[in-house]
Design a protein around this ligand. Structure first.
Ligand code: KG4
Length: 337
């Protein structure tokens, strides 16, 4: 029986969770989203300062909710990367301090491994498994032949899918985070705008989003220059169809080329309702098991870090106290720190 306290502070959520042998005892999330929304995106310096302010009471609340004292914790897990430098440092310093003070192991966790393992709150994994990692900073297909074996088989050549949702939303005058708003508005819209299909005609599993984003921006400017009004709902729908269509296409091709028994979705964009619906249809058609994370798991939280923390604890993957964060940590290097 081991109790693990996990800390997540890689972007704009300060979160602390406590897990005991697979049972989540608490998962407290303090989101800064309202503050960053005023600036149209996450302001790294503000994020770090708010993590500093929040980390203490979030730890306290997580302990109270779990009815656990710090002295009862067996290990401290923390997001080491990828993420914002200053934001990551806050969580890491807190975890190091606790590990040193209570003389307990420190477990560095990869943020995207966390998003992938959030799906284990739904069901145990079946391998070989394809993790579709779609977020504000990443667009990757990760092949897993076993637990904690991550092989990136495809990624974006330029922007991440979530980033393109946010930038397109901004250009349409919609608030941050744009993905949620585009998802909602596209339900009222029709696919009327002709946008280019990225990497069309190329036999590739790669992704690309910058050309699509630029096409939307150029079209919006053209309408403005002509004094015409763009239909925001229709543009949201047209963009979303192409952006999500690219993910569906790559997943279909990957399932044809590799032996895959299960597909899981991970990351912020996995909250997209169109992606969730279309992925269900696709997986039913090709007969592969699909696991979709619950919506609370699509945003950053420490529960998912705790899940990976448990796996690493069993394998005794512990870091020395001079370990530091890595904003660009690659998932395959999750044991290198
Ligand atoms: O990157 P991410 O996993 O969060 C952090 O690690 O902080 O998720 C944030 C991204 C943003 O780009 C946001 O616009 C996008 O996920 N997102 C969505 C939806 N909800 C969040 N994109 C499309 N549809 C959604 N419903």
């Amino acid at each position: 029986m081991a109790k693990i306290l996990a800390i997540e502070s890689s972007c704009d959520e300060t979160s602390v969770a406590i897990i005991e042998d697979g049972n989540l005892l608490s998962n407290i999330v303090s989101s800064q989203i309202d503050v960053h929304a005023k600036y149209g995106g996450v302001m790294p310096e503000i994020a770090s300062r708010l993590h500093c302010e929040n980390i203490g009471f979030v730890i306290k609340e997580a302990l109270e909710k779990a009815n656990v004292e710090l002295k009862d914790i067996d290990a401290f897990a923390v997001t080491r990367g990828p993420g914002l430098i200053g934001a990551l440092h806050v969580g890491m310093q807190a975890a190091k301090t606790l590990a040193m003070l209570y003389d307990k192991p420190l477990i560095p966790v990869h943020h995207l491994a966390g998003h992938i393992y959030a799906n284990e709150f739904v069901d145990e994994f079946t391998f070989p498994m394809l993790a579709v990692v779609v977020s504000g900073g990443n667009t990757e297909l990760v092949l897993m032949k076993d637990h904690l074996e991550f092989e990136i088989i495809s990624s974006t050549r330029d922007d991440a899918v979530g980033e393109s949702f946010d930038k397109v939303a901004r250009c349409l005058g919609l608030p941050y985070p744009g993905g949620v708003v585009i998802d909602r508005l596209s339900k009222e819209g029709k696919h009327t705008y002709d946008l280019p299909i990225p990497l069309k005609g190329e036999d590739t599993l790669d992704f690309s989003y910058s050309g699509l984003k630029t096409s939307v921006i150029n079209l919006v400017h053209k309408y403005e220059q002509n004094g015409e009004q763009i239909n925001v709902n229709d543009m949201a729908k047209s963009f979303q169809d192409v952006a999500i269509g690219q993910i569906l296409d790559r997943v279909k091709k990957t399932c044809e080329r590799y032996e895959i028994k299960e597909v899981i979705l991970a990351g912020g964009v996995s909250a997209n309702s169109y992606l969730r619906e279309e992925m269900k249809k696709l997986m039913e058609k090709i007969g592969i098991k699909l696991v979709i994370p619950p919506l609370w798991c699509t945003t950053d939280n420490a529960a998912m870090i705790a899940k990976v923390g448990e796996k690493l604890y069993q394998r005794k993957v512990f870091a020395p106290l001079d370990v530091s964060i890595d904003p660009n940590w690659e998932i395959q290097d999750y044991m290198k720190f």
